[in-house]
Each structure stands twice: as structure tokens, then as C-alpha cells.
Write a protein that binds this ligand. Structure first.
Ligand SMILES: Nc1ncnc2c1ncn2[C@@H]1O[C@H](COP(=O)(O)OP(=O)(O)OP(=O)(O)O)[C@@H](O)[C@H]1O
Ligand SMILES: [Mg+2]
Length: 408
């Protein structure tokens, strides 16, 4: 499915210019792995970073003008870094798989003459197959909705030699507020754009709320948990319908992680809905999910998320520790790491204030955001603090070092 090897964000709130991982022209720098935690004091920019990912997903889904207003963003002028007259910019370095050459997606958004947010520039580039250095070929290049795209693979415009390789088509979008990848990502001949669009479209930002998860669902089976997690029972219904035996196994696995829960059973009601029964230690009768504690429901939702069928390629979770007993956090972090493994099917980003969660992570999995005196954020990998790596090599856990002010 793919994963992000690096991202650069410019002029998005307090993120005036930050980069994580590796970008196209970085000679050194390490690509992002599948598990990434972001820590930092209040106001350091963690939620802004989560929202920048959400903003990109919203731009794809709803167009840039609507994206600027969604999620309480308050419009372009409120989002753009204070004091900046210009554009909000993103650069994503993305890999489909280990063997494919990475793709760079650049997007900048500005205001048009009448003050409406539009896509100023959009570009996709990729090096030729088996080429690690040198200039990549642009296979989509649009300015204010006008430009070109190349069909197929290994095609594009060589800017150095000024030659076209492959089939070029002229592109002119009717609406400058829509991303070009939305339109071109519908056409089979632009297979790289189709794949990239599908990668971006399937990002999941999780703002799980236990009270929403208690609602009785009306709709039928649903494949994925939604942002608030209030379709938990529908997802359970989906997994049950797809493969009841496999679902029972998943429940068994999850129940072993939920303290005080001896069994979870899916029960089909007469109206066709599926509810989950939780058998708690000490009680003969089960409880429905509506009666479970906030923490149990939250943990259940996270574990269900980790067991999704056809997982979403990128999942961003804000502060999973909220409402959870601190001793569950290191176990949760370990399960998250296990679930993402090292392939290209799932990548996790988690913001956290919890040293207990961080204790389960290694220095290259943790990013530290800091607000500087000018009000803007900087970011550093925990492994860049030399003494931190030296101490973790000696067996001291990262969260303890953070708690004791060795970094962050
Ligand atoms: N347009 C802007 N330009 C510059 N800074 C901004 C802009 N909009 C908001 N900010 C600042 O960005 C900072 C980042 O806040 P953010 O919510 O991302 O912090 P956080 O790390 O999530 O904190 P917490 O731990 O409290 O959740 C805030 O201090 C806010 O004042
Ligand atoms: Mg926050």
C-alpha cells in the first residue's frame, strides 16, 4: 500500500518549516519507519502536525477551500503561519514498496486574487527505475490547475535535459480548488497517480471518544472505524460477517489484553444488529459494550483498529493515553509496534504525553517537537540526542530519560 519516508511542512500554523524523515534530495537522513511517536510540551505543535495530515486528507476529499474551513481550522488566514504572506506547502516522500522508486508529491496552496484558497502548484516526481541519484522525472506538474501529466510508468519530463519520456497529455482543471490527483487518479492509464491517490485517500485520523462508541448503531456492517469510533459495533459486525472464526480469534486475542475481561462474545440481535458482550471477572452475566468503562472501550477500539482487515496505510492517533490507566500504555505501544511490523501495509503516527508509552519505543521512533522563542516549532528525532542513544544502548528506557529531562 505504501508509506511515507518523509514529509516537509511549511507555513502550517506553528510548523513554519519542519521536516521529518527523508526527502528526495536528502543525501543522508533516515526514512520514517512504521512506528512514529511525537512528543513535546503543550503548544509545541503536536496537534498541529496531526491536523496537517488531516488537512492533506481533507484537501483530497473536499478540495482546498473547504479543507481550510473544516475541523475548526477557521480558514486559510488562520492556518497559515502568522506573519507569512504566501503559500502553505507540503512535500511528501512516499514509497509504494521496498523495490519501487520513491515518489515525491509537492503541493502548495495560496489565495487567488479574490482571496479564495486555490491549489497554486502540484507536482509528482519519481526517479527512473533503479536510479538512486540524479534528477527525477516530473510526471504531473500543474500550476493553478494547468500543466501536464505523463501516462504509464517510467515516463515524465526530464528537466535537466528538457526532454519528454513517454506519453504526455495536457491538463487543464475546471476547478482550481480541487487537487489534480483527484481527477487524474480516476484514470487507469495514470497508474502511479491512481495508487498515490488511493494511498492518501485511505489515511485515518483517529479521535476516539468512548461516549460516542456507546451509541447504538443503526447502520449495518462497516469495514473501518470512523474518526470518533462510534461505529465500533458496526466494524465488529463486518469482521464477524467476513469471517466469523477469524473474528472470534481476534476477540480472544483482544480479551487477553483487556484487564478484568474474561471473554468477549459477538451476539446477533433479532433485528440483525450485532452487539458485543463482555464477560467481566466476578460476574455471571455479561455486559454490553454500552456499559463498559471508558478505558476498556478505548483499549478495545485501539486493539480492534490494530486488527482491521485490509488495514489503512497511515493511521494518526492523538494522545491514546487519555482516559487509560498508565500501566496499560506500554503494552499498547508494544502491540502497536507488533501490528505495524516492518512492511508497507501500515504506518502509525501517535502524539503522546506519556513516558509510559514512550518507554516501549526506541530513540529512532520518537520525534520531539519544541516551540522556539520566535513561536515556531522545531522537530528532532530522539536518536539525534547522542547521550540518549548511548543511554538507551545501556538499557535505560526512553520514557524514563524523557521524564528525567535528558531530552525533550
Ligand atoms: N497561524 C499560526 N501561526 C503560528 N502559530 C500558530 C498559529 N495558529 C496556532 N499557532 C500556535 O501553534 C501552537 C501549537 O499548538 P498545538 O495545539 O499544536 O500544540 P500541542 O503540542 O498539541 O499541545 P498540547 O500538548 O497542549 O495538546 C500553539 O501555541 C498556537 O498558539
Ligand atoms: Mg495537542
Amino acid at each position: 500500500m505504501g508509506r511515507i519516508a518523509g514529509i516537509q511542512i511549511k507555513n502550517y500554523g506553528s510548523l513554519k518549516d519542519i521536516k521529518i524523515g527523508k526527502l528526495l534530495f536528502d543525501k543522508d537522513g533516515t526514512e520514517l519507519g512504521n512506528m512514529n511517536a511525537i512528543i513535546g510540551q503543550s503548544g509545541a505543535g503536536k496537534s498541529t502536525l496531526a491536523d496537517a495530515f488531516g488537512f492533506l486528507a481533507d484537501c483530497l476529499d473536499k478540495g482546498v477551500e473547504t479543507a481550510c474551513d473544516l475541523n475548526g481550522r477557521g480558514g486559510f488566514e488562520k492556518i497559515i503561519s502568522q506573519g507569512i504572506q504566501g503559500s502553505i506547502e507540503f512535500e511528501l516522500y512516499y514509497r509504494e514498496s521496498n523495490s519501487s522508486s520513491p515518489i515525491t508529491y509537492e503541493l502548495s496552496i495560496c489565495l487567488d486574487k479574490v482571496g479564495r484558497p486555490i491549489v497554486q502548484k502540484e507536482r509528482l516526481r519519481q526517479r527512473r527505475a533503479n536510479e538512486r541519484y540524479g534528477k527525477p522525472l516530473s510526471f504531473l506538474n500543474l500550476e493553478a490547475g494547468k500543466g501536464y501529466a505523463f501516462k504509464g510508468i517510467n515516463s515524465g519530463f526530464d528537466e535537466e535535459k528538457e526532454v519528454e519520456i513517454g506519453d504526455q497529455i495536457k491538463v487543464e482543471l475546471a476547478d482550481p480548488r480541487q487537487l489534480g490527483i483527484v481527477t487524474l487518479g480516476e484514470l487507469k492509464e495514470h497508474s502511479r497517480i491512481v495508487k498515490f491517490k488511493s494511498f492518501l485517500k485511505n489515511w485515518y485520523l483517529c479521535y476516539f471518544s468512548p461516549s460516542s462508541a456507546r451509541e447504538i448503531p443503526n447502520a449495518g456492517p462497516q469495514k473501518y472505524l470512523n474518526r470518533l469510533g462510534n461505529n465500533l459495533n458496526n466494524v465488529a459486525q463486518f469482521l464477524h460477517r467476513e469471517d466469523p472464526q477469524e473474528f472470534k480469534k481476534v476477540l480472544k486475542e483482544i480479551q487477553s489484553k483487556l484487564p478484568g475481561i474474561s471473554r468477549i462474545e459477538p451476539v446477533k440481535l433479532q433485528n440483525g444488529q450485532l452487539v458485543l458482550e463482555f464477560l467481566e471477572d466476578g460476574f455471571m452475566e455479561p455486559f454490553y459494550s454500552q456499559k463498559m468503562s471508558d478505558g476498556t472501550l478505548k483499549l478495545f477500539a485501539y486493539y480492534l483498529l490494530l486488527h482491521e482487515k485490509d488495514p489503512r496505510p497511515l493511521v494518526f492517533i492523538e494522545e491514546p493515553e487519555n482516559g487509560l490507566y498508565h500501566k496499560y500504555l506500554s503494552g499498547l505501544a508494544i502491540e502497536m509496534k507488533k501490528s505495524v511490523r516492518s512492511g508497507y501495509s501500515k504506518q502509525l503516527f501517535v502524539t503522546t504525553h506519556s513516558p509510559f508509552f514512550v518507554n516501549a519505543l526506541s530513540p529512532d521512533e520518537v520525534w520531539v517537537l519544541e516551540k522556539q522563542t520566535d513561536g515556531f516549532s522545531t522537530i528532532k528525532r530522539a536518536s539525534e540526542y547522542e547521550h540518549v542513544t548511548a543511554l538507551t544502548d545501556e538499557g535505560i528506557v526512553l520514557g524514563d530519560l524523557w521524564y528525567s529531562d535528558y531530552f525533550g
